[in-house]
Ligand binder design. Structure first.
Ligand SMILES: [Ca+2]
Length: 87
């Protein structure tokens, strides 16, 4: 059984993908109509906005190659790929 936990203020979101980098948990939300998509990060109690991604799309996927996380958003004007930047 599931009960409502948190509402994220997205408009026309088409896809959501959870992922982890190290011990941190994130949600990538693909927005199909709008200015861009979003990444939220778990702060221990809830998901908070972490980054705006200037790409719109209907699907988002995360994958790892050689220890680096990549994010792909399939869009109406092309598919965009981002790579994790580590400090
Ligand atoms: Ca997806």
């Amino acid at each position: 059984m599931f009960v409502p936990f948190q509402t994220l203020p997205t408009v026309k979101a088409f896809d959501v993908e959870p992922f982890k980098i190290g011990e941190d948990t994130y949600l990538a939300v693909a927005i199909y109509y709008g200015r861009g998509s979003h990444i939220y990060k778990w702060d221990g109690e809830r998901f908070v906005k972490f980054q705006d991604i200037p790409a719109v799309g209907a699907d988002v996927e995360l994958f790892k190659m050689n220890g680096t996380t990549y994010l792909a958003i399939t869009g109406i004007n092309g598919s965009v790929f981002y790579t994790e930047v580590t400090n």
